[in-house]
Design a protein around this ligand. Structure first.
Ligand SMILES: NC(=O)c1ccc[n+]([C@@H]2O[C@H](COP(=O)([O-])OP(=O)(O)OC[C@H]3O[C@@H](n4cnc5c(N)ncnc54)[C@H](O)[C@@H]3O)[C@@H](O)[C@H]2O)c1
Length: 348
């Protein structure tokens, strides 16, 4: 018996050991299997735990493989960014940064992207984007379709957000990606005078709403055993101050999102679920347009533009690359990180 165990290959030993895991066998045979498995595990961990790519072999490993495998395929870098057949949830997806990121996920090949937002019916921009997506073919051979869906929900209602995400899971059988972008700005008021109700309202959407959305999607990832990716939309003001803006609840809410990112990443890493945040700098969207700051400070855009090395504010489409990278297998070793996209504002 022992000689049979000794002759087992590394793969067979690992699978036999897996079968025995949790069983209370104490024979010398089991013991030997366990010792061999530990030895193999130790010796291969340094390599096998380096990569969890679903596209392996990739990179230099693919080049080495190609020496003996004439069927080795060509470039894989764009495949690593592919979201083929994945299902995504984007809060705040009716307009602004949320809608631009939702479109990017469709273009990367997602099966469906569900936009969660407040209005009962989506707006004109969203409808135009859906029509655009309907005509779009994605995938390496441009043979796949993608869908943009709309769900009306207030992200501050935990129970309802969980339920809506569960319905997505029921329908699609999976949830792979979550982008929590719903947010509100805050009025500019002296921090010592800021009214409590207004303070709580901003935190309710920007912190609790982001948390409930991440929970809702994470619960579906756990339900289907999916090593998904959760991206929380923070702001550079979660880390640094925007000079001249007395917006204490907004900055506080975004600082909380940064720590939420690290906290959730640490708890969910063992399930393969990654959690990161994106912190944009100034980007001209309806949030800026309707917040009243332009009326308060007419020279605001010039002022903001002069505050970063690129000398301009950002466009809503300038988060497309980073969100697709974080959502996809191109970033499988990235979790607990905050990615600053500020035109260099934070560097000065
Ligand atoms: N525009 C910028 O300069 C900038 C900079 C840094 C961070 N951000 C962040 O990016 C995110 C998107 O902002 P934007 O600029 O696209 O603003 P936006 O106002 O155009 O979009 C925000 C979306 O969130 C939705 N929303 C608000 N409250 C909601 C709720 N309770 N439930 C569901 N949806 C709700 C709104 O209806 C809207 O569609 C926000 O979290 C914002 O704080 C924006």
């Amino acid at each position: 018996m022992l000689s049979i165990v000794n002759s087992l290959s590394q793969t067979r030993i690992s699978s036999v050991a897996r079968l025995f895991r949790g069983h209370d066998f104490s024979s010398s045979c089991t013991c030997l299997i366990s010792q061999k498995a530990t030895f193999y595990t130790r010796s291969v961990h340094s390599r096998s735990q380096q990569s969890e790519s679903r596209l392996a072999p990739i990179g230099v490993s693919a080049a080495l493989d190609a020496r003996t495998n004439s069927n080795a395929s060509g470039p894989k870098i764009f495949k690593e960014f592919s979201l083929s057949d994945r299902v995504c949830i984007v809060s705040g997806g009716n307009r602004g940064l949320g809608l631009d990121m939702a479109l990017a996920l469709c273009e990367a090949g997602a099966r469906a992207v569900y936009c969660l937002d407040l209005p009962e019916r989506p707006g004109e921009e969203w409808e135009a984007t859906r029509a655009f997506v309907e005509r779009m073919k994605t995938g390496v051979n441009a043979d796949k379709t993608t869908r943009l869906e709309y769900v009306s929900v207030d992200v501050t209602d935990q129970e309802v957000v969980w339920k809506r995400a569960e319905e997505v899971g029921d329908k699609e059988g999976r949830v792979d990606v979550c982008v929590a972008a719903a947010g509100v700005s805050s009025p500019s008021i002296d921090c010592l005078e800021f009214p409590g109700d207004k303070f709580r309202k901003v935190l309710d959407v920007n912190t609790s709403g982001v948390f409930f959305t991440a929970q809702a999607a994470g619960r579906q990832m756990r339900r289907f055993g999916i090593p998904g990716s959760i991206v929380l939309i923070s702001s550079m003001t979660g880390t640094i101050m925007a000079r001249g803006h007395e917006t204490i609840p907004y900055n506080t809410s975004k600082g909380a999102v940064n720590q939420m990112t690290r906290s959730m990443a640490c708890e969910l890493g063992k399930e393969g679920i990654r959690v990161n945040s994106i912190s944009p700098g100034y980007i001209f969207t309806r949030m800026v347009e309707t917040s009243g700051v332009l009326q308060q400070y007419p020279d605001l855009i010039e002022r903001w533009s002069s505050q970063n090395p690129l000398g301009r504010i950002g466009r809503p489409d300038e988060l497309r690359g980073v969100v697709t990278w974080l959502a996809s297998d191109a970033s499988t070793f990235c979790t607990g990180s905050d990615i600053l996209v500020t035109g260099g504002h934070h560097a000065w």
